[in-house]
Design a binder for this molecule. Sequence first.
Ligand code: HEC
Ligand code: HEC
Length: 388
Amino acid sequence: MTWRQRLVRYFRTCVNAESEVWDRPTRFFHWSITGLVVLALLTGWFDPAWQIDRHLMVGAMVTGLWMFRMLWGWVGGEYSRFSHYLHAPGVILADAAALWRGRLKLASLGLNPLNALVSLLLLLILGGLILTGLATYGGEEHLGPLATVVSYRMGQLAQEWHGHLSWTLIALALLHVLIIRRESSLTRISLMRSMITGCKPMDADQTDENARTANFSWAMIIGVVCIFAIDHASKTMQQIPMDGWRPLNYPRAYQEKCGQCHWTIHPSLLPEESWQPLLHNLEHHFGQRVTLSGKEAITIASFLLVHAAEDWNTDAAHRFRRVTPDPGQRLTEHPVWEKLHGKVDPTLFTTPPVSSRLNCPVCHHDALSGRFDKHAIHLPKPAAALPP
Ligand code: HEC
Ligand code: HEC
């Protein structure tokens, strides 16, 4: 057989002795969710913080597809319905044993009982990943639909679970593939092909006479609703103001005096107990002598102390107020700061346009507001190496 004939044979439509068990919407869901989950894992693991948008976009598409599948499980084609997914424990165990001992001779028209359970769990875990993802975004970044209901701590917890669930998903997906390979080899039916063409050979005593066929109008309606819902939700999400943050007017004395040698550091970046010793020690301020009039000193001190990290519910304030080992410690030597910037090319901090670790606004375009949102990170191009 030439490769062309092979290809045609592989992708042919169902012949007489075959039943179309997987309707088109289900097949579309299956392969697109597979691709998107791989993308979600890759962007989740490897994308740097400032590219969070890509992960969020994949997440939104996964959510749309997931919603579609949840509804399709009630109104879709016969074998896509959840009523075919739940079996008594005894049936599942018998199926597992038959697979294990190699005694399985006949594949179910839909999913085999064990794999049906695994598939259902995969959908459930996916739902958990969507929920914990939104909770992380809401709790830690104070953005998204859960911004006002999830606390910072809960957001951190959700992030941990987001990680655990992703590993669970990988384990289950591997199990899913293993079962399919085993089933395919025992029954000599390519289940992979059947998820591509939808066709599965029927045995003499199998019948699909009562099988409900997929209603494509339903698929269209649900599909359009899901797309609209996701699109609408993500557009509204972008308009919801960030929770835990408020605009702040920098007093003139602060801008004029403290903005002389470095940027006017947002008060939320240090806790009160770190601002205090710094303000008492302006005579010896990192090798500089800063002199303030009595009025200026009061204005600046009250501004910084009233709006210190304790008073904010932003990601940056939470991170840097985590009790520092030493209250007088510099922000840019704070272990959390060092960890956050550990992966940034160190020469960026010493060469123009940044020149100093303290020059936050060059990379964080929202630094003046104190938000330090992931979306606002833009790394400048490093200055070209100077000729010797
Ligand atoms: C005469 C110049 C000068 C003035 C005025 C000045 N600073 Fe500084 N400040 C410095 C220098 C130099 C450093 C060390 C920066 C470095 O090493 O990159 C520093 C560091 C700091 C740091 C520590 C940042 C870190 O890296 O952890 C804080 C906080 C700070 N200044 C706050 C203030 C405040 C508040 C005022 C106004 C009362 C002020 N500074 C005014 C020169 C100045
Ligand atoms: C040379 C550019 C650069 C400078 C300067 C810089 N940062 Fe960053 N910052 C980054 C990058 C890049 C990340 C993302 C790191 C990652 O997670 O991959 C980041 C992450 C952060 C985050 C976490 C954001 C989040 O939601 O994950 C905070 C908070 C932060 N920086 C605060 C500061 C502060 C405060 C300063 C100034 C004292 C500062 N940064 C200076 C580049 C910079």
